[in-house]
Design a protein around this ligand. Structure first.
Ligand SMILES: [Ca+2]
Length: 208
């Protein structure tokens, strides 16, 4: 499945000394989560998409992935209750090297999206996902078209390859948008089983 070619393990090794300060804001179905705006050392910082991912990885986490409506509702509630303007998620468009041969990802704007945290494919963007009561992608945006719309590409040829949750930026409530990855935003991190298992297997008895 899609990979972005970045090293997976560099940061989690740091956890040996830092495990006692792994931020844990809430717990849901076996995973811890936190919003960077609620961690003093990160509260006033914003990150581009990849830097955001790497911040999460320092805590054996990754950017949040909302595979179910229940989990999505939880993240929408966090955004609403704390007046968060926007966050990065692990949602990513498979538009990099290795994706071009995947006929099952065409057309990209509908079938090309996946959760980079676990490399799980997203539902087609133009449909209500299985088991959901609504389509989380916004019905509008910069071009007044449903998302994903790759709008910035028309302005400066930068693809909107990363998925953000925006809080009413287009008078559209809290909803998913494709956004160019260089923009800086706070993030929500979620436990990465891959990283936690790796660190646990190399540090017996360590409490994560
Ligand atoms: Ca967009």
């Amino acid at each position: 499945m899609c990979e972005n070619g970045k090293a997976l393990w560099w940061s989690c090794v740091l956890i040996d000394e830092q495990s006692h300060i792994r931020p844990k804001e809430f717990f849901y179905r076996g995973h811890n989560y936190f919003y960077t705006g609620h961690v003093p050392a990160l509260a006033n910082k914003k990150f581009d998409w990849l830097d955001g991912r790497n911040v999460c990885r320092e805590y054996c986490m990754d950017l949040v992935s909302m595979e179910t409506q229940e989990e999505n509702n939880l993240i929408f509630k966090l955004i609403q209750q704390n007046d968060v303007p926007y966050i990065w998620t692990s949602g990513r468009l498979c538009d990099f090297k290795g994706c071009e041969s995947r006929k099952d990802l065409e057309p990209k704007n509908i079938f090309g999206w996946f959760w980079s945290a676990n490399r799980e494919k997203m539902s087609p963007t133009n449909q209500i996902p299985n088991g959901w009561g609504y389509n989380p992608w916004s019905q509008t945006g910069h071009k007044k078209q449903r998302q994903p719309d790759n709008a910035e590409f028309d302005i400066n040829q930068t693809a909107e390859s990363c998925m953000s949750v925006l809080n009413n930026v287009y008078n559209d409530g809290i909803a998913w948008h494709d956004v160019a990855c260089y923009h800086e935003k706070p993030v929500v991190c979620e436990d990465s089983e891959e990283l936690l298992n790796y660190v646990a297997s190399t540090n017996r008895g360590l409490r994560l």
